[in-house]
Every structure is written in C-alpha cells, then in structure tokens.
Design a protein around this ligand. Sequence first.
Ligand SMILES: Nc1ncnc2c1ncn2[C@@H]1O[C@H](COP(=O)(O)OP(=O)(O)OP(=O)(O)O)[C@@H](O)[C@H]1O
Ligand SMILES: [Mg+2]
Length: 267
Amino acid sequence: MNTINKNNSTHSQHNAVSGDHSAAIKERNTAIEVSNLQFWYTKESPPIIDIKAWQVSQGEHVFLSGPSGSGKSTLLNLLCGTLTPTQGDIALLAQPFSALSNRQRDKFRARNIGVVFQQFNLIPYLSVAQNINAAVYFASTNVSKTASDAKLRHLLDKLQLSSHVLHAKADALSIGQQQRVAIARALINDPQLLIVDEPTSALDTDARDSFMSLLKDVAGESTMIFVSHDKAMESYFDRHCSMSELSPSKNHIKTRGDEAPKAQERA
Ligand SMILES: Nc1ncnc2c1ncn2[C@@H]1O[C@H](COP(=O)(O)OP(=O)(O)OP(=O)(O)O)[C@@H](O)[C@H]1O
Ligand SMILES: [Mg+2]
C-alpha cells in the first residue's frame, strides 16, 4: 500500500487544530491519544483512516466534521473499540485501549464510554427503562439500584423527558425522544468519554438548538467527541477538527457519488 506514510507536517497541523485553545486545557490529562492509526475495511482500497497523531484533553468538547463517507463513524467506532485498528495505537484515559482484548475493551467501554450512535441503536422491543438499565448492567459497577434510579430520574429531568416515557417501548417514541433516551443511556454510568455521532440530522433548526444546549449541559465535564457534517453546529464547540486535516490520505478517497476510478485515486 503506497499511501501509508504521510509527511510529518500533518502532525503539527493536527496539534494546531486546537487553535487558540487555552493553556489551561493543555495542562489537563490526555483523554484520547491516537498514534499512527490506520484502518482499512479491505486492503484493496486506500486506508479509510490514516492519522499520524491526535490528542484530546480531558474535558474538551470537540466538533469533528467531514463530508459523508469521509470516515467519521469509522473513527468513532475505532475510538469506542467496536472496530480494531489495522495499525497503530489508541490510548484512552491513559490506558492502551487498542491493545486490550475484545473482552477487556467491552468492559472498558461499558464503564468509561457513553456512545450516542447515528441511528441511536435503542433496542426497539424493550422499554426505555430497560434500554437505559441495560447500560448499567453491562458496566457492572458497584453503584446501588437506588443510586442508579436517582441518577436516571435526574437525567430524565435534565433531558426534559417525562417519567411516563420510562415504560414506553423504544419504538413507540418520537425521533426527538429517542435522541434524548439515547443520551440518557450514554450518560447513565457517568462516562469520562462521550462519543456522539451525527445526532441532529433529523431535527429542524429550533429543535437542533435546544438539543445542543441540553447536550452541552448534560455532558458537563466529560470529554466529548461530537460528529456532524453540518458546519452550522461548530459554534457550540471550542475545538474543531476536520477529517481532511486529521486523516489527509482521505483526500484519495472519493466521497459518495464520486465516480472516479479507484486506480486513479491511488496513483
Ligand atoms: N462495514 C463496512 N465495510 C466496508 N466499507 C465500509 C463499511 N462501513 C463504512 N465503509 C466505507 O468507509 C467509508 C467511511 O464510512 P463512514 O461511515 O465512516 O463515513 P461517515 O463520514 O461517517 O459518513 P456519513 O456522514 O454518511 O455518516 C465509506 O466509503 C464507506 O462506504
Ligand atoms: Mg457516519
């Protein structure tokens, strides 16, 4: 594969992505550290992800943008361990995450990472309470039932979801309700890292603005990576990264709808 090694200038570009982010952030511990990360779905095409270096500090809320097909969801899947790097390393919360076994990664994810998927991924035939409590079960922490019920009530309140909704089946909810339940599920275990994939694409502008205010509020001190192709969302975030800066070899890969032949792309 002739597109593996990119020049090192991209490294400094990545670090510069944080722009005028304050010195205070630099003093915080690192939440995400990516080094020489490459990922292919199939070896016949250029890597979908090719990132020399990327760091996110604890507590940062990062807006990650890029066109459809640029690899945003793939990167998030690598960060939460549902995909494994083809090469390179991902460290999360100072742990060598990509070196863990599948089982260790599942456990780490359940305890430390809250994920809001692009399609929410609620289990349709379970109630809202069962969907959220499944996340508590998989984290298998020592938090008591009373404490986790209290946390759930607090989250529902913050997310402006009536407690009646707890008994509804997930597939009986509106899109907006599903989004908020997905966030409640992602936050129920107080994750240090919150990964949110394109959650606003089905919302109108007003609903999107109130959703973002809520999300920023409930995310609090968690580190958050928020993915969207909608640049209008940038204003909610103090750090912006684009897939073309992070993963420059993606410039070889045509986004959906582009008909250029693959041989040319890799020339
Ligand atoms: N399971 C898969 N097997 C093979 N190729 C895949 C798979 N999933 C995604 N891809 C390809 O990887 C590329 C990146 O896909 P990805 O879903 O990460 O993009 P994205 O930036 O999240 O796009 P969108 O904005 O539409 O959600 C695309 O070219 C896609 O076709
Ligand atoms: Mg996606």
